[in-house]
Design a protein around this ligand. Structure first.
Ligand code: UD2
Length: 301
């Protein structure tokens, strides 16, 4: 992608900032972020920063003025927070997002939206295809499901070029904070030679996809002719949390023990993407396997 005016909402966050890095040299990039979880240092000099809340209509309008393309990554990503305060996360994750889609109509901009595997809830079958039933188990999942559906509907009803990307478990550099995901937690524990804490028996599985692959999926979605669709973004491989704990410990060369705590209430047992639709229609395939990705993390920061 070149010579476009691009808005990345949540552009100072984990996934958004990697996207900004991929775009900034060839495009006019705007970052909209309120730094609630994002980091100021991640906004490169070449990008224009719009500091503010996505849920503030004036800020949104300013950020959207004249854009060709939007990567909508901003959200309250904590599932727990959404359970504690459904209306607050609804406001950002759904209401503000809907306003963003409305502004995109005005600007005639393409929108690529961050959807989530959370929309599937406990999957009926594995791997999960895009046509699987959707039974989210959290307000966060309900909000992402509604956003995912609105994204399609805006293509159907108004001809807006939209794509929804249903992220599975994304990991990579810059992921941190209290709700940042099991890989960053295990990595921290292993580095400190503290016990690695598995919730439950560790036999639960996830599809871990590296953030650089997620960036490539977004770039594909920005140019595809297959608009009005949703795509799983994962690797197609599932890894148990037990085996993840061992892989992280070995990669770090840590003397951490691996301990078990109570299972997380409502935890999804197994999650894994069927990625054939993304392969077929977006030409997207993940490139970084879990061990490679973890080794890179260990060698990195
Ligand atoms: C992921 C997404 C979430 C939502 C959800 C949908 C991340 C960070 N979160 O949540 O946004 O889309 O999928 O289902 O990608 N675990 C441990 N020890 C720890 C931390 C976690 O054993 O210290 C386990 C946890 O119980 C779970 C697994 O690791 O079984 C993954 O946990 P997570 O919080 O990284 O991600 P998940 O799948 O709950």
């Amino acid at each position: 992608i070149r010579d476009r005016t691009v808005l990345v909402t949540g552009g100072a966050g984990f996934i958004g900032s990697h996207l900004v890095d991929a775009l900034v040299s060839d495009n006019d990039v705007r970052v909209l972020d309120d730094f609630s979880t994002g980091d100021r240092d991640r906004v490169p000099d070449g990008a224009t920063l719009i500091e503010g809340d996505l849920a503030d209509p004036e800020t949104l309008e300013r950020a959207m003025a004249g854009v060709d393309l939007v990567f909508h990554q901003a959200a309250i990503v904590s599932v727990t927070e959404s359970v504690d305060d459904p209306r607050r996360s609804h406001e950002t994750n759904l209401e503000a997002s809907l306003r963003l889609l409305e502004r995109a109509r005005v600007e005639d901009a393409r929108v690529v939206v961050a959807s989530s595997a959370a929309i599937y809830g406990h999957p009926d079958e594995l791997p999960v295809t895009e046509s699987a039933s959707t039974n989210p188990t959290s307000p966060y999942g309900v909000q992402k499901l509604a956003l995912d559906q609105y994204t399609r509907l805006y293509a159907d009803l108004y001809g807006l070029p939209t794509v929804a990307l249903r992220y599975f478990n994304v990991y990579g550099p810059r992921q941190r904070g209290p709700y940042s995901g099991v890989i960053s937690t295990f990595l921290e524990q292993a580095r400190a030679d503290e016990p690695i804490t598995i919730e439950g028996d560790g036999e639960q599985t996830r599809d871990f996809v590296h953030v650089s692959d997620v960036v490539r999926a977004n770039l594909r979605a920005a140019t595809t002719d297959s608009v009005g669709s949703a795509y799983n973004v994962g690797t197609g491989d599932r890894t148990s949390i037990q085996s993840l704990a061992e892989t992280v410990r070995d990669a770090v060369g840590s003397s951490s023990s691996i301990v078990h705590r109570d299972p997380r209430p409502g935890d999804i047992r197994h999650s894994g993407a069927d990625v054939s639709k993304a392969e077929r229609e977006l030409g997207f395939e993940s490139r970084i396997g879990l061990e490679t990705g973890i080794e890179a993390l260990v060698d990195g920061a």
